[in-house]
Ligand binder design. Structure first.
Ligand code: PAF
Length: 282
């Protein structure tokens, strides 16, 4: 495995590769990332990962400075899984002030975008840069960041980028908590409580599968349940998988509907994100 920190060296290394499968990350790797790397191996001849904590996608009061940077440990985890790791400095990625950005679709201002203004613009900009630098045939992203995956798919489709985007299933701890680099910020007590987010999503999914279609009420009840247990809630939302627009209560016509229930909420200083897909016939 080669660890490369400059764009020019990376281009030389990848120049003759014909089937690159690429997993962009911000490092601090956990089993969820490693699972994406294993999936990448099935999809390409050369597996590349990037490790870059992208300042453009953090707001001024967010955890950019505190975000764990664990390059050595990350590279040890990637041994045997990746062929190439691209780990650029901020200066390498942004040698001049970045004044050109990807303007993401309007849904980027809702859900996570409502409390993280500019986040998806910074994320989409760095992902476009990374795709241009690595030029993979396939790029993989976790479904835990469902809105991120949606925006990347839209960017790739609408800007005609020659890459296939693959979403990897969310990996969970044995108690159900979605694996995330931010879980390590949780105190023991918070870690115990954190599983409630997924339990709540499972409960909503069950209600919908049993016929409940008043999504507004379900969302409201879920928010109240979280608040009662000490969570600070950003949103709980039932959306269409295809466009992330609000799911309408009644579809009619016995169509198959693919919905996703998404939630983001804070426990103490830690913001947790999760979602669950629901398929039903209405
Ligand atoms: O999901 C992440 O880790 C980041 O948002 C990404 C896609 C690597 C862009 O910085």
């Amino acid at each position: 495995m080669q660890v490369i920190s400059t764009v020019s060296e990376l281009r030389i290394r990848l120049g003759n590769e014909r089937a690159i499968a690429f997993v962009p990350t911000m490092g601090n790797l956990h089993e969820g990332h490693l699972n994406l790397m294993r999936l990448a191996r099935e999809l390409g001849d050369c597996v590349a990962a990037s490790i870059f904590v992208n300042p453009l996608q953090f707001g001024p009061s967010e955890d950019f400075d505190k975000y764990p940077r664990t390059l050595e440990a990350d590279c040890a985890k990637l041994q045997g899984l990746a062929d190439v790791v691209f780990a650029p400095s901020i200066n390498e990625m942004y040698p001049a002030q970045q004044t050109v950005f990807v303007e993401p679709p309007p849904v980027a201002n809702e859900l996570c975008g409502a409390t993280r203004p500019g986040h998806f613009r910074g994320m989409a900009t760095v992902v476009l840069k990374l795709l241009n630098i690595v030029q993979p045939q396939v790029a993989l992203f976790g479904k835990k960041d469902y809105q991120q995956l949606h925006i990347i798919r839209q960017m790739v489709a609408q800007l005609d980028l020659p890459v296939r985007i693959v979403g990897g299933e969310t990996l969970r701890a044995t108690d159900g908590l979605a694996l995330s680099s931010r879980n390590q910020y949780l105190s023991d007590a918070e870690r115990g409580e954190a599983i409630f987010l997924y339990q709540m999503l499972q409960g909503l999914r069950q209600n919908i599968l049993q016929g409940e279609r008043d999504f507004e009420r379900l969302q409201q009840q879920a928010v109240e349940a979280l608040i009662a247990r000490g969570w600070l809630v950003d949103y709980v939302a039932v959306r269409n998988q295809s466009d992330l627009q609000r799911a309408s209560p009644v579809q009619g016509g016995l169509a198959q509907r693919e919905l996703v229930i998404m939630a983001a909420a804070r426990l103490g200083n830690t913001r947790l994100l999760d979602n669950i897909e629901v398929c039903l016939i209405d």
